[in-house]
Design a protein around this ligand. Sequence first.
Ligand code: TNX
Length: 516
Amino acid sequence: MLKQIVCTIAVAVTLFSCSQKSQQMADDAFLHLIPKPVQAERLQGYFNVSGRIAINVADGNAQTLQVADMLIQTVKPVAQATLTTGTAAGFTSGILFVTVTDSTLGNEGYILHVTDSLITIKAQRPAGFFYAVQTIRQLLPPEQYNNTSHKSWLIAACSIKDYPLYALRGSMLDVSRHFFGVEDVKKYIDHLAAYKMNVFHMHLSDDQGWRIEIKKWPKLTEVGGSTQVGGGNGGFYTQEAYKDIVQYAAARFITVIPEIDMPGHTNAALASYPELNCNPKDSLPKLYTGTEVGFSSLCTTNEKVYGFIDDVIAELAAITPGPYIHIGGDESLVTPKEEYIKFMNRVQPIVTKYGKQVIGWDEIANAVLQPGTIAQHWADTLNPVKAIAQGAKVIMSPAKRVYLDMQYDSTTKLGLHWASYIEVEHSYSWNPATLVKGVEQKNIAGLVAPLWTETIVTRSDIEYMLFPRLLSYAEIGWSPVANRNWEEYKVRLAHHGLYLKAQGINFYQSKQVQWK
Ligand code: TNX
């Protein structure tokens, strides 16, 4: 008898402390969202994620149904959710997706209202629902990623209204210096999506490797794709593999921006086809596996080169549903300046002819920019001003703040430091709209953080350079400047470390942050 009573008390105490712990986790989760929402208010109570949950997507939109399905998969360890469509009237318990008209939300904003019985998500467009679901994932406890022993999860009751500051938010992966397969690329895309980024820029060609199949010019990949920095086997994406990546990204509301770098950074192409060189009778340049930059150039005075570019852009445009094609244009140190300008003036219309908007690294501002061309600022602070003077918008990728290949400090083993060391605070504490004189918020299309891969070989290397700085860039791109403050951010980041750990992500445990 006594034993029974003791046992009952013990179970009761365990249950109580268990639920207290769950409540504490839900309270914490609400306080530590990244990127920080525009408005967030805590309400009383908790939504219990367990048992059976009804999910209703009122308008039955196909993309929104896919988003709802992602939520169903997320809660699977603790709850069985079933999906219905049709009228939301009388729906008082479960999860409700409602399409609304509210221009303050734009295409990507959402309203998330959580009570103890009902989660209501409102958005104008499917992307808004997707971002609400990313917020819900952060409101759930970290063990969603690695533990199925819990019987239920709690979400703190709250009211959130949220939408992005900049239209384009994302990251670039250099798949030329080292090649990364489709699975690694999809993982990269997952990371961007989790932090509400919507652009994945693929640096598909450089001196060390050509990575996208072009059917009319097969040697680009057969020869030009056969190696990489350090002399490994390289690799390339077939057009089918690329389409698979594009589709995977699109399901996560991410636009792929493919880049073919030209006229410089083209050794892999030059080594594949004699006619791209100015002296085709000379022996072909050798494949290059080093890390120097600025030594190669397509022959800009050779007509055949423009036919080649037309073929490449035609095939790339046909498999790229997004509105942009990036034509590089950086560090063409051996192309005479006048030739560079003529070249860029000639290549831009090839891109627009195939219905795409041009993006180029900031040097492109020295040419005559076509309407719609965007300059991506990385180093020279006069170039973005020249672009703006021509009516162009700028993507901000300043090397000294957002290059993910920059080392954290002098002890970092991976990466480079030519632009700066970038510790976590340095990655966070700046404002794209005040960094460069003459570049204001209205001139900025967005923020893209590049990961160059001269020294990056494995998925674990990628994670170490991305995390936690990617989160800084996600927040800078999304959250209002007035909501951002390093002292407060580093507390949120410390807590968020639990989520990174639960996912097994190899992240840099900066001493600037008191990790939980
Ligand atoms: C500069 S940024 C480059 C790349 C290098 C990178 C290394 C830019 C447009 N060009 O070719 O990989 O630095 O940090």
